[in-house]
Design a protein around this ligand. Structure first.
Ligand code: G3H
Ligand code: 13P
Ligand code: ZN
Length: 312
């Protein structure tokens, strides 16, 4: 199967009450781990590339790794998506460079400017058979060139979504309902709670329209523990409870973004092997374990959180 857009994936996910996992890729091991898990579980999957990933691994290497993954996993639909495109130029570069989906993240701009920028990207993308995700509302946290403090973050306003979607022609919409990027999402001792009331109001205003949830890592405590027991120093890292993600997946949320949990799994594996075997210096010895952890994280998400097993 060649790379696909997310159009059919989202339609089936919306109607079927599940979500597609969008996992960030930065190197060969991560691409292999995600697609092997998805392949074995017969699940559609989105591989997403940030500006930082393109800087680190280079556009060509990443697209060629994804091409290899398609050959190795011919039975599942795979989409290649730009995560948090900051401007028209990076979106154009990814559209021209073989991506099937791009995100234009105009959430830092005033409403009308966000509409104009998003519409410009949509026009170019659709003319080239590529779909577009946009964002309304601001998540707290740090991502590549986007650093939003908790005070500057704000929930998506439901009364803006209809106008935004109609005027831009966008294909899916990322919303802010209390998630944030990175491993430190909620204060220790507090009870994390996503704003499902906002999500449901948005669903009613744009029925049938696919919603995207960023910042959806759960920060598995077993990996935090392994990291800290083997020389790491992660303080009170807390993520989104899985039962709330399951609830989101059953709703209009069709795409759930996960990066931090993959990083934690990979790092836990590498730290554990290296501290238990100080004599090891072959990268294959520790990356094998890191990669296996990433695969286990993705398999767990597909089966226990997203509900996309068997939906390829
Ligand atoms: O949303 C952010 C993703 O986790 C990507 O992170 O920009 O450090 O690659 P990155
Ligand atoms: P996490 O940091 O929660 O994994 O979120 C990733 C993300 O939203 C990528 O766009
Ligand atoms: Zn994000």
């Amino acid at each position: 199967m060649a790379l696909v857009t997310t159009t059919e994936m989202f339609k089936k996910a919306y109607d079927g009450g599940y979500a597609i996992g969008a996992f960030n890729v930065n190197n060969m091991e991560i691409v292999q781990a995600i697609t092997e898990a998805a392949g074995e579980l017969n699940s559609p999957v989105i591989l997403q590339v940030s500006a930082g990933a393109r800087k680190y691994a280079n556009h060509t290497y990443l697209t060629k790794l994804v091409e290899a993954a398609i050959i190795e996993n011919p039975n599942i639909p795979i989409a290649l998506h730009l995560d948090h495109g900051a401007d028209f130029e990076i979106c154009k570069s990814c559209i021209d460079g073989g991506f099937t989906s791009v995100m234009i993240d105009g959430s830092k701009y005033p409403f009308q400017e966000n509409i104009e920028l998003t519409r410009k990207v949509v026009e170019y993308a659709h003319a080239h058979g590529v779909v577009v995700e946009a964002e309304l509302g601001k998540l707290a946290g740090i991502e590549d060139d986007v650093n939003v403090s908790a005070e500057d973050s704000s929930y998506t306003q439901p009364d803006e979504v209809e106008e935004f979607v109609t005027k831009t022609g966008v294909d899916s919409l990322a919303i802010a309902i209390g998630t944030s990027h990175g491993a430190y999402k909620f204060k220790p001792g507090t009870k994390p709670q996503l704003r499902f009331d906002i999500l449901h109001e948005i669903e009613q205003r744009i029925p049938g329209f696919p919603i995207v949830l960023h910042g959806a890592s759960s920060v598995p405590q077993e990996y935090v523990k392994i990291i800290n027991e083997h020389g790491g120093a992660l303080k009170d890292a807390i993520g989104v409870p899985e039962d709330q993600l399951r609830e989101a997946a059953r709703s209009a949320v069709c795409k759930i973004n996960i990066d931090s949990d993959l990083r934690l799994g990979l790092t836990a594996g590498v730290r554990e092997v290296l501290s238990e075997h100080p004599d090891y210096f072959d990268p294959r010895q520790y990356l094998t374990v890191g990669r296996a952890n990433v695969k286990a994280v993705v398999a767990h998400k597909i089966k226990e959180v997203l509900g996309s097993e068997g939906k390829a």
